[in-house]
Design a protein around this ligand. Sequence first.
Ligand code: NAP
Ligand code: GDD
Length: 325
Amino acid sequence: MKKKALITGILGQDGPYLAKLLLGKDYEVYGLIRRYANPNFSNTDYLGITDKINFISGDMTDEASIINIIKAIHPDEVYNLAAQSFVGVSWDQSKVTTEINALGVLYLLNAIKYFSPTTKFYQASTSEMFGNSHIEGLQTEETPFYPRSPYAIAKLYAYWIVINFKESYGMYCANGILFNHESPIRGMEFVTRKITDGVARIKLGLSKEIYLGNLDSKRDWGFAGDYVEAMWLMLQQEKPDNYIISTGETHSVRDFLDIAFKYAGIDNWEKYVKLDPRFRRPAELFSLHGKNDKAREVLAWEPKVKFNELVKMMMEADLKRLSVK
Ligand code: NAP
Ligand code: GDD
């Protein structure tokens, strides 16, 4: 019999990459989607998998819908990727961010505990939980957390409630502490996609400039396609655990701009980039740089796509998309 996986957040960035991976492993894939007047399947379309997914309607903030879905499917594995995932917005919409990112996880865990206790559970935890905390410039599984946004605080609740259900009820629950990962289907408001879309528009004469916030922020940016493999591996281990998933390299927003403009053949990018205080955060994370030794050793996982290749992949996709319009 085929294994059944439920993916929440199926229409976001990671959901489609994970669904594609699981379909390739012959899973039956269920995807939870919210009710929309006009749902947007562009990301699953991009990966050519829309008609292979069993979409099921529900909402992370509606406990009864979550219970009904778990009861109906009895999945072997649940990957909880649904979130209000944009850090910047979490100060303005802190309640809904908390409801989705923290309470939604509790609803899923309770539903599994009562109605499908052998289901394995993956939680999309995040390097945001570290804030500016580090050990000699790096974040490891042992680095103390110090969240700096309503988003990160809600995610920290989720991280601990996952561990608590594992320890209290013997459930199979794993946290992937993922550092930033990007792709051609990254949401448009995140800085990488905003840059590749913006540079492609400038190159094609569709726009004159890009408005950005803090250019000195540093992130450990990897490729989403590599990171979903780690999610799956975490649920194939004998015992559940928590793992950092990162590239082990850190780069600034400026570095990203450098490569993107270079790829487009545009010199002196500074004249096209305008600083706009609207895109600065009330509290910033200055540098994320993850040590991924545990994932390499235990999961035999490693990132494949390098930083330069990632920027080029995204630039190429945005230039292609905008050229055919
Ligand atoms: P994303 O593109 O923003 O996708 C999030 C998905 O969650 C969207 O499909 C969204 O649905 C869904 N969602 C939001 N609220 C919901 C609700 N109330 N009920 C049901 N679904 C809801 O995020 P991503 O980049 O794929 O990230 C996946 C997960 O990993 C998130 O939990 C994120 O916080 C976490 N994470 C991401 C990164 C990263 O760098 N990408 C790093 C660490 C952790 P709609 O399409 O309907 O809006
Ligand atoms: N979005 C955005 N827009 N960020 C900007 C801009 C801008 O115009 N200008 C500078 N930045 C800086 C932000 O201040 C931040 O320091 C950095 O670029 C990255 O911002 P985002 O791309 O929005 O990502 P993030 O690091 O805040 O959050 C992402 O990664 C987390 C993991 O570390 C999201 O995917 C989160 O969901 C995820 O948990």
